[in-house]
Design a protein around this ligand. Structure first.
Ligand code: RB5
Length: 150
């Protein structure tokens, strides 16, 4: 029997400040991670929109079990992370390096990765996403701490 990877459903959303980086990320995931299924919740054009609306679409996809993980992109990633973390069961991590991307999963079991379209280079963003997807949660004492997040 082959070691087949199970499909990971990822909901991705952005505002106008993150739309270009969102496109880069979607192309990257569809080209390099065939076991991922992407749900793009928008925005779909460069018109100015409100980032909390798109954070909510992604958090809802996760809490309603239509997606396993989420990616949120705004200008800095800050507004998206603030909004996403207001939802129970969501652990959204704004990452800016290989190390923070790794720790976001290994220690925090982040189910949403936040990125800044105006602050993060697309090549770096793709690397952070791959690291986050490929890193396992360490569990153990970190599971106890994550449990305490509520
Ligand atoms: C939109 O101009 C900008 O405020 C938004 O993309 C984001 O950076 C908020 O945190």
């Amino acid at each position: 029997m082959g070691m087949e990877k199970t499909t990971i459903r990822i909901a991705i959303g952005s505002d106008h400040g993150g739309i270009d980086l969102k496109s880069h990320i979607i192309s990257h995931l569809s080209e390099t991670q065939p076991h991922t299924q992407i749900q793009d919740v928008g925005t779909h054009n460069p018109d100015s929109v409100d980032y909390p609306d798109y954070a909510e679409k992604v958090t809802q996809a996760i809490t309603q079990k239509e997606a396993d993980l989420g990616i949120l992109v705004c200008g800095t990633g800050i507004g998206m992370s603030i909004k996403a973390n207001r939802t129970n069961g969501i652990r959204a991590a704004l990452v800016f390096s290989d190390f923070t991307a790794e720790m976001a999963k290994a220690h925090n079991n982040a189910n949403i990765l936040c990125l800044g379209g105006r602050t993060t280079d697309p090549q770096d963003a793709k690397k952070f996403i791959d690291i986050w997807l490929n890193t396992p949660f360490e569990g153990d004492r970190h599971a106890r701490r994550v449990e305490k997040l509520g």
